[in-house]
Ligand binder design. Structure first.
Ligand code: ADP
Length: 174
């Protein structure tokens, strides 16, 4: 088990870290789920900044300030919608995690919290998503010592159990 990757149960809008990740949609103009919760907690200035960003492609990421959130930055990434697995969903989900971490590095963020991208209304199977997330984060952290800690902040026990199992199965010290 690695201490640089952690799995917790919690509300990502409450986390005082350098950056939280938003499981956004391509418009970057807000939505339901964790996206709605982040916009509500950050206040209307977040939407104002998002309007200037011209959207974001699936698997890519864009960064804004955190406004009223305890986190300094929000990194917005639209995850893939699960359409059965033949539409590049696995690579796109991995790209989400990697591109968010690249932006975090570039902005000097040492602590980053992720929600479970794509496993809500986008219906990515949780077991596959958890393994992709944990392995992608682990590969990145091996090469990038500037990121001190990454947490998966899971909203419910079932989600937390899957990510914890994926982390235990990794069996590596980072
Ligand atoms: P997607 O469209 O990428 O599937 P959702 O927001 O529908 O995104 O769901 C992604 C995950 O975020 C789900 O596991 C959902 O339970 C979780 N979630 C919802 N609200 C929060 C929150 N405040 N903090 C952390 N996770 C949350």
């Amino acid at each position: 088990m690695s201490e640089r990757i952690q799995v917790i149960k919690g509300d990502i809008t409450k986390q005082a870290v350098d950056a939280i990740v938003n499981a956004a949609n391509c418009s970057l103009l807000g939505g339901g789920g964790v996206d709605g919760a982040i916009h509500r907690a950050a206040g209307p200035e977040l939407l104002e900044e998002c309007r200037t960003l011209d959207g974001c492609k699936t698997g890519q990421a864009k960064i804004t300030k955190g406004y009223k959130l305890p986190a300094k930055y929000v990194i917005h990434t639209p995850g893939p919608i699960w359409r059965g697995g033949q539409r590049n969903e696995v690579d796109l989900l991995s790209s989400c995690y990697e591109n968010c971490l690249k932006l975090a590095s570039r902005h000097g963020c040492a602590t980053v919290d992720f929600p479970s991208i794509s496993t809500g209304v986008y219906h990515f199977p949780l077991e596959k998503a958890s393994v992709i997330a944990i392995t992608t984060i682990a590969e990145y952290l091996k090469k990038h010592k500037e990121i001190q800690r990454v947490r998966m902040v899971c909203f419910d026990d079932r989600t937390k159990d899957f990510y914890q199992r994926a982390l235990d199965d990794l069996g590596e010290d980072l």
